[in-house]
Design a protein around this ligand. Structure first.
Ligand code: FAD
Length: 476
């Protein structure tokens, strides 16, 4: 193995890169180091596993270790890369015993991100959780399951699940009251998951609205569904401390001085890129703290690439380096880098920060730049309009109100971003707006797109087109 393609991280970005490289150049040696036991897993499905909608942890897996081996990839689980030496082109790997060195021809850092909880005092108390990985999900679901109904084997996961942690939580009396700290998309999805177990859910968010990245109209719609679902919302309140006697959390304390007794807490206040491997190397980080990359996912060191939650990518609207830690960019950039390393140079593309979240029955989506301050900083003069329109012809059963916000530049009409909320297939409609951003359409051009119409699916004027008409009409 003279010049293997070495992949650090065995999930979305890493395994996409490894698989595509082998497909593009079947003669290339590919080694994947994954520090954990899980590979090719869907973080995105973990709230639904906790809820019980997804039955087993295995349901969240895409490729098994055997399927990876069949692709001719040398997968090493339980192997942590602890250092990169870009001069000798080696990585140092720890796997239980003495660390060893692995030479590389090309290297991809696909180490993802980790949940942040450190700004909150007391986050290391027992029964304080974060949700970043299948073992976290297993522990939370074990805790929610009554002890007389719990069996670790029911979680699934065979050799990969952290059995000791799950068994410890499975033996505990389930919580009655849970605080979720942070109402971003994970916090909102987890409110639904806890609610399904009849837990009294309190959702804290320091800003006035949940899912702040989705804009005010979506935030207002989410507030309504949370209240209908009897989730107690504490918006405008910042949790500063988790308090506990004897090492177990028993209360959350806010900046306002108010306190709430709880049995458990979930901290969902954000993530941080696992970019430590770049330390003490010439691999540059961007302003976000994630690894800076070029159009091909290359770092500042030519034969070292980075993709996924650990890397920045160019923004579709501004072209600026952006950290957008989501599933599609990770898979897409990993795949492109695999092709490039395999001999077929392929750009990683850009990110519009397109995202979707389900809040109970409400579907929400966002893409591009919604925040006016951010738009101004990028040199635009933003104008926004919010409309509400039906999701199907009014006479057709199932039609529901859909709220769309579009933002455009006043002078040029260039579309900058959009958001959507509604209960009837609303979230996927954001893809129309994302595609328009990718095509650099003006809002007038979006208004003239030939979208489909038939009563069961859409009114004559799709809600996105209604918003484009209204916004375009307001421009000079
Ligand atoms: P990861 O999936 O985190 O994989 C990185 C891997 O690298 C890990 O397995 C880790 O163990 C390994 N690793 C780290 N350091 C080392 C090392 N030094 N040596 C060896 N191995 C190492 N995105 C969406 O688009 N839609 C969603 O609905 C959505 N929902 C989500 C819900 C939750 C609860 C979470 C946590 C994330 C969600 N995401 C969602 C984000 C999405 O899961 C990530 O963007 C995606 O998994 C990133 O893939 P990745 O390969 O970069 O990182």
């Amino acid at each position: 193995m003279a010049d293997p393609f070495v992949v650090v991280g065995g999930d979305a970005a890493g395994l996409s890169a490894a698989s595509k490289c082998r497909r593009t150049d079947p003669d290339r040696d590919v080694v994947v180091f994954e520090k954990g036991q899980w590979i090719s897993y869907a973080h995105c499905g973990t709230p639904y596993f906790v809820k019980g909608e997804v039955e087993h942890l295995e349901n969240l897996l895409s490729l098994s270790p055997a399927a990876v081996a069949e692709r001719g990839i040398d997968l090493r689980r339980g192997h942590e890369v602890v250092e990169v030496d870009t001069e000798s082109r080696t990585v140092t790997v720890r796997a239980g015993g003495e660390p060893f060195e692995q030479p590389y021809g090309d290297l991809i850092i696909a180490t993802g991100a980790r949940a942040v909880d450190d700004p909150i005092e007391g986050s290391s108390l027992d029964r304080v959780f974060t949700l970043h990985g299948l073992d976290d999900a297993a522990a939370i679901r074990a805790y929610l399951t009554p002890p007389d109904e719990f069996a670790v084997a029911d979680l699934g996961g065979d050799d990969a699940v952290a059995t000791d942690v799950a068994e410890r939580y499975g033996a505990m009396t389930p919580p009655e009251t849970v605080a979720i700290v942070g109402a971003g998309y994970v916090g909102v999805e987890m409110a639904e998951a806890f609610d399904a177990w009849d837990v009294d859910v309190h959702l804290f968010q320091r800003s006035a609205r949940p899912v702040p990245g989705f804009g005010d109209a979506v935030g207002d719609a989410v507030i309504e569904v949370l209240r209908d679902a009897d989730v107690t919302t504490h918006f405008g309140e910042e949790v500063v401390r988790l308090r506990g006697d004897g090492g177990t959390v028993d209360a959350v304390v806010c900046d306002t001085g108010s306190e709430l007794d709880v049995d458990a807490a979930l901290v969902g206040i954000g993530i941080r890129p696992n970019a430590e491997l770049a330390a003490d190397t010439p691999i540059n980080l961007g302003a976000s703290g994630a690894v800076a990359t070029d159009a091909y996912g290359r770092t500042s060191v030519g034969d070292v690439y980075a993709a996924g939650d650990v890397a920045e990518m160019p923004h579709t609207v501004t072209g600026e380096a952006t950290w957008d830690p989501l599933g599609l960019p990770a898979n897409r950039a990993g795949r492109a880098i695999g092709a490039t390393v395999g001999g077929k140079p392929t750009p990683v593309g850009s990110v519009a920060e397109t995202a979707m979240v389900k809040a109970f029955d409400l579907e929400c989506g966002r893409t591009g730049i919604l925040d006016h301050q951010r738009a101004r900083e990028a040199g635009f003069d933003p104008v926004a309009k919010t409309i509400t329109a039906g999701s199907r012809s009014g006479y057709y059963p199932g039609a529901a109100e859909t709220t769309v916000t579009l933002v455009a530049d006043r002078d040029t009409g260039q579309l900058l971003g959009g958001s959507i909320a509604g209960t009837d297939r609303a979230a996927v409609r954001i893809d129309t707006v994302a595609t328009a951003l990718g095509g650099e359409l003006t809002v007038g051009e979006l208004e003239r797109q030939d979208l489909g119409y038939a009563p069961p699916f859409s009114p004559v004027w799709d809600p996105v087109l209604v918003a484009a008409k209204v916004l375009n009409g307001s421009l000079p």
